[in-house]
Design a binder for this molecule. Structure first.
Ligand SMILES: Nc1ncnc2c1ncn2[C@@H]1O[C@H](COP(=O)(O)OP(=O)(O)O)[C@@H](O)[C@H]1O
Ligand code: SF4
Ligand SMILES: [Mg+2]
Length: 352
């Protein structure tokens, strides 16, 4: 049985109610998604595509406008206060801003112990549990009496993870949890998270705009664009190349350690206008920026998320044809460059 299943989930925010003129933001739009027991699901996409909103729905902190959330086979009650659902299901969320989940006026030990107090854990046991948690996240005992402002960003993030683990959660949604840390601290915290997942049998949903971090952490990757999942890996397709043009664009930005391969790497730079979640484009939402968009198919008809074995599910009319179509576009651009019309060539860049 799956741990969580999202069934046609949409989250729409009305702007009128917030005094920002008319319109509706379709932050998440008709998403079906399953999180299996024991797996790490990665969600990647650029800022504003709906990752945090989707993560909050999974945890139970955001009610869907439409659709249902099924936790361990049982439909989650929508009438309850969202926080109550998160507690009932044993789900936690860790945000980018670690300091935000630690009370600045209270010592670190107090913040980590908060879920234990809610559980009614005795004071005599509590201190021991907090010290164990500090050790597990690689922080010295002395941190128990420090204030958040006295800790580095990496130490704060470790304390926030300890706090999330304190209530023995079934699932933690990590939302850009390492994005504000420097590269070496990021690597340490990512490795720590992997170890903790094994020790605590906790599931993660790992959300980031950084596809390299998502690839490293996740068993399966979901790629989001403007509220939709446009590509979803199969459980066993790990390390197969992603095939949606947007996924390929994201992966093309990741530097390769081998200098010879790195020199040949083609970074794809998107040039078209970024569409808005309030005024969505017709057809495929990515068509305004897609390097291989074909008219009228891409601007008229929205592609469905369908099986594209062995990778997984993909929403693109031309899934698997990226290289061939990009080469054709480059050839056309080359021919046109003589006449000064090399528009298509502008979105392909080879690093120096
Ligand atoms: N409470 C809200 N009210 C109105 N719009 C919102 C609200 N929360 C998020 N949004 C909008 O929903 C879209 C998705 O936001 P978000 O889920 O934060 O994306 P991401 O985490 O990928 O950056 C954005 O356009 C954002 O401005
Ligand atoms: S459907 Fe068309 S615009 Fe959308 S990703 Fe595929 S090729 Fe690009
Ligand atoms: Mg976010």
């Amino acid at each position: 049985m799956s741990l969580v299943r999202l069934d046609g989930v949409s989250v729409h925010f009305s702007l009128r109610r917030r005094g920002r003129g008319g319109g509706v933001v379709r932050a998440v739009d008709d998403v079906d998604l399953t999180i299996g027991e024991g797996e790490v699901l990665g969600i990647v996409g650029e800022s504003g595509c709906g990752k945090t909103t989707l993560g909050r729905v999974i945890v139970g902190l955001q009610k869907p406008t439409f659709g249902g959330v099924i936790v361990r086979g049982e439909k989650r009650p929508l009438r309850q206060r969202p926080g109550a659902n998160a507690r009932r299901d044993g789900f936690q969320m860790v945000y980018q801003d670690a300091a935000g989940s630690l009370n600045p006026w209270k010592r670190i030990g107090w913040s980590i112990a908060e879920p234990l107090r809610n559980e009614g854990v005795k004071k005599s046991v509590m201190r021991r549990r907090v010290l164990e948690l500090l050790e597990q996240v690689g922080l010295p005992d002395s941190m128990i009496d420090r204030y958040p402002g006295e800790l580095s960003g990496g130490q704060q993030q470790r304390a926030a993870i300890a706090r999330a683990l304190a209530g023995r959660p079934r699932l933690i949604v990590l939302d850009e949890a390492v994005s504000s840390l420097d590269m070496s601290t990021q690597a340490q915290v990512l490795n720590l998270l992997k170890d903790l997942a094994r020790q605590h049998s906790v599931n993660y949903v790992f959300i980031s705009h950084d596809i390299a971090a998502v690839d490293f952490m996740s068993d399966r990757v979901a790629v989001m664009y403007l509220g939709k999942i446009v590509e979803l890996e199969n459980a066993h397709s790990k390390r197969k190349p992603l095939v949606h043009p947007y996924s390929i664009t994201l992966r093309s930005a990741v530097p390769v350690p081998d200098p010879a391969v790195e020199r040949r790497r083609n970074r794809i730079v998107l040039t078209g206008p970024v569409a808005s979640a309030v005024d969505l484009p017709s057809g495929c939402r990515f068509h305004t920026r897609c390097p291989i968009a074909q008219q009228p198919a891409c601007s008229d008809t929205e592609p469905e998320l369908v099986d594209h074995s062995p990778t997984g599910l993909v929403a693109c009319h031309f899934a698997g044809e990226f290289e061939a179509r990009r080469a054709a576009a480059q050839n056309r651009a080359g021919a046109q460059s003589a006449t000064g019309q090399n528009a298509a060539a502008r979105n392909i860049e080879t690093p120096a």
